[in-house]
Design a protein around this ligand. Structure first.
Ligand code: SF4
Ligand code: SF4
Length: 399
């Protein structure tokens, strides 16, 4: 089924807004397009372009590591040895083991040779105990990471403007920063991104925003305009979900050309870095190859334009389906769980996501005909039927 919202003509038009000449950085750091990270124990020369992360002043290679799905410290070691300096995790990833792995890996590395971002989920509306609970969450993350501070702390996966502007959240984030536990305040979001970016600008406390950003976004123009406003206000932008689910088809049969996807994201000079979640050495090699030669080729453009007309695995998280659904099922989350299983081949993450949802086994059976018309062309009831059984697979059989 075709995605009617991002067609080939739109893609080519949007590609032209930041031509190959604009690929590298919008600042002096970029002008060199190479960097050397030096420290007492580490001197790594690499040829990855470097960009400055907004008003944080951090200079970071355009390729960073999304550690979320990696459970092998040797992949982290290979990334670090290859010149990657920024590592992105979250309090909840792998039930805390992800942060622990990074803590064990970095405990004997010079603190100025890498930067860390972690994230903490909020329960919104806030409980009376929010300040205490969220402080304990951050302190546990720092303990697992074996660090006194993180360079970026994101409030995790926000969807509502109130989660950005709520005074209790703002005051606590400012306190974390004043106490030196976090160097920069961030937020991450998959949904309602332009609205949340504008709210962050208005609030004035946010240094970094982590957003899903890829060539399949249905509201690409609106997103790029919002990002531009954010950059003008000094906010640094980090791109996730750049590979649209990891497959070039709706069934997850063929791996997507990740190099082309990354190069497309870097084409926007307002994006400081991307955080692809590579989990093996081959994928790391692919990402490194893209970072060392980041210009989109004619072949890359042709390939991505072809994908614009196809249904892939990426859900826009627009939420339109939730209102249409007779049972008000959490369809965006279910589609994410589907993408984890079929695109990322990570059934454990899929099961973890499904278990966080309230969902009856026979949710769709009450409907004679599905009422949802997905903007990405997904047959959501079919996907729900395919993914919900993953909840019942014993962990021992999961990858
Ligand atoms: S399933 Fe479709 S309609 Fe629902 S959030 Fe995803 S893209 Fe939007
Ligand atoms: S079939 Fe499922 S997804 Fe479709 S409207 Fe019914 S409950 Fe919602």
């Amino acid at each position: 089924m075709k995605n009617k919202n991002v067609n080939r003509r739109d893609f080519i038009r949007l590609s032209a807004t930041a031509g190959a000449g604009a690929l590298l950085v919008p600042n002096t750091a970029a002008a060199t397009a190479t960097a050397t990270v030096q420290s007492a124990n580490r001197e790594t020369a690499f040829e990855i372009p470097v960009r400055t992360l907004g008003k944080t002043g951090l200079q970071i290679p355009i390729l960073s590591m999304g550690v979320m799905r990696a459970d092998n410290p040797n992949i982290v070691r290979a990334a670090y040895s290859s010149g990657i300096t920024h590592f992105d995790t979250a309090h909840g990833y792998q039930n805390g083991k992800n942060e622990e792995m990074l803590g064990n890996f970095f405990k004997d590395k010079p603190r100025d040779s890498f930067t860390i971002a972690t994230k903490g989920k909020l329960d919104y509306p806030l409980k009376d105990t929010f300040e205490k609970d969220y402080t304990e969450l951050l302190e546990l993350s720092l303990k697992r990471l074996q660090m006194d501070f993180v360079e970026i702390f994101y409030t995790h996966a926000l969807e509502r403007v109130e989660e950005v502007t709520d005074k209790r959240i703002v005051d606590l984030l400012l306190k974390f920063k004043a106490d030196g536990k976090i160097k920069n305040i961030g937020l991450s979001t998959h949904a309602n991104k332009p609205e949340l970016i504008d709210a962050a600008i208005e609030t004035g406390i946010y240094d970094v925003i982590l957003v899903s950003y890829n060539f399949k976004l249905n509201n690409l123009k609106e997103m790029e305009e919002a990002i531009d406003r954010g950059v003008k206000a000094g906010i640094g932008f980090v791109a996730m979900k750049t590979m649209t689910g990891g497959a070039e088809d709706a069934e997850g049969k063929n791996r997507i050309n990740g190099k082309a996807c990354l190069k497309w994201a870097w084409k926007n000079e307002n994006i400081t870095m991307a955080i692809p979640g590579f989990t093996n050495f081959d994928l790391l090699d692919d990402c490194m190859a893209a970072a060392k030669s980041p210009q989109l080729t004619a072949e890359d453009k042709e390939y991505l334009a072809m994908l614009c007309g196809k249904e892939l695995l990426y859900c826009q998280q627009c939420g339109k389906c939730t209102d249409e659904c007779a049972e008000h099922l959490p369809i965006p989350d279910l589609m994410r769980a589907y993408m984890y299983a079929y695109g990322y081949k990570n059934a454990s993450l899929s099961k973890e996501t499904l278990q966080s949802l309230t969902l009856a086994d026979d949710a769709c059976k009450k409907c004679e005909k599905c009422k949802v018309s997905c903007i990405s062309g997904f047959n959501v009831s079919e996907k729900i039927a395919a993914i919900t059984p993953v909840r019942n697979i014993p962990d021992v059989f999961l990858t």
